[in-house]
Write a protein that binds this ligand. Sequence first.
Ligand SMILES: Cc1cc2nc3c(=O)[nH]c(=O)nc-3n(C[C@H](O)[C@H](O)[C@H](O)COP(=O)(O)OP(=O)(O)OC[C@H]3O[C@@H](n4cnc5c(N)ncnc54)[C@H](O)[C@@H]3O)c2cc1C
Length: 440
Amino acid sequence: EIDKMEAMEDIVRYANGFVNYDLVKLWADESGDMIDWLSEIIARNGEFAMRFEGSVGTEGQGARDKAWATGHSPEKLTDDKDVTFGTALRDYAEELGAEFRYDTMLVKCEQDASGRVTGVVCRDGNDRHYLRVNASKGVILATGGYAANTEMVEARQAWNNRLKINVPVGGSCTGDGIKAALWCGAAIDPIGAAVTFNRACCKPDEVAGSDLVGKWFWFGEQPFLKVNLNGKRFCNESGPYDYMLHSAFMQPYHTYVDIWDSDYVEQVRQINEVGCCRLYPFDNGAPSNMPITKMASDFEALIEAGYIQQADTMEELAEKLNLPVDATVETWERYNGFAEAGKDDDYNKEPYRLTQLTHPPYYGVRTGAWFLATIDGVLIDTDMHAVDEAGKAIDGLYMVGNDSGGFFSVSYPNLFTGLAAGRTMTFGRRAGMLAATGQA
Ligand SMILES: Cc1cc2nc3c(=O)[nH]c(=O)nc-3n(C[C@H](O)[C@H](O)[C@H](O)COP(=O)(O)OP(=O)(O)OC[C@H]3O[C@@H](n4cnc5c(N)ncnc54)[C@H](O)[C@@H]3O)c2cc1C
């Protein structure tokens, strides 16, 4: 339904760099069919309904993180705890004859003399033996990138190791599929990229970094006042997920502080966030991923654990956060002045997202990156084949999801909710159809 050409331009423009335009076009052409197909599968037993996040976000209001209405979320309609989105898909696949092997780790691909990939060698979960899987129709690698391989992240995108705060919700992907494809002669994206959200926090005496374990802080995405550890603002807080984090990389210790006040429930409504940052239902009534009503208990738990600080004055809050008091108060007063005037003279934040923080108690917390997944990978063509440096397809080898590259570059903008999962499923379906039918 959306204007495909304009949306594609946005992806390429915001990714700003090493992007294969034909893959973006393929996503625009095939993702609608994929969603229809998926919606039917999960709805067939009445266990789920696919919900469309029907809001075109804030384009009309001039926000720089306008949103294209692409996001879909499965809504669970049964109380059965054993039913998940994953089990609904697995059951469907098993009915069609698919066999699932858990605890079976890919080690490497095997090739014949012509270079065609003929199968894989795996290791069983107990490390007791290896097994060979012959694949006459092809191998589709989908081991999800390398987010859990700190060494690989350091080699390909060291900045994200500095920005990250480890939280319990993370991935288990160590780059095995990417390495296996490289050993077959595949080429890789020129630069690393990740899905990182500004939704992790640390204590007032801590700073971000890959050794640090902190807490999940969902509210961090809301574009309230954010200052560096010198108590200064440093960018427009309103923008796609990682813009704030990339700006923070240029600041001391790559860590910044979120500041908001006790009027946040109303202010968040006015801020009108997009995609999965949204805390109110979408314009068409579809629920947001997280409701505003949950924030109060989240704050309480984080205050109790020593992460969020609360104070009746900005002076006291700055002290509790180990920020220079005078500079922080000066920044806060200047920011409130901009909010009152409806004009941000420093960073041009959209007026409707400039709210006066004058309702004590005030809150603040040190913030860093929630590192979800890597999204750079092996170069592929539009048949989902891994390709070598010359652009030549490696016969029998398909790459999908976060093992594949060419789609994101440096940034994962939230202009298209669900684009990470969406390109994975769109291209995964295509790879499966091509391998099964032998068309390519
Ligand atoms: C907490 C969280 C929330 C997210 N929310 C969103 C969202 O709202 N919208 C969105 O678009 N994207 C979201 N993402 C990103 C999205 O989930 C990923 O981009 C997408 O799942 C990638 O799919 P994939 O199949 O490549 O990898 P995955 O879904 O990670 O699957 C890879 C699988 O391979 C397995 N594996 C790894 N190594 C091996 C091996 N050697 N052998 C066998 N198996 C192996 C892993 O255990 C894993 O099960 C989120 C990610 C996380 C972590």
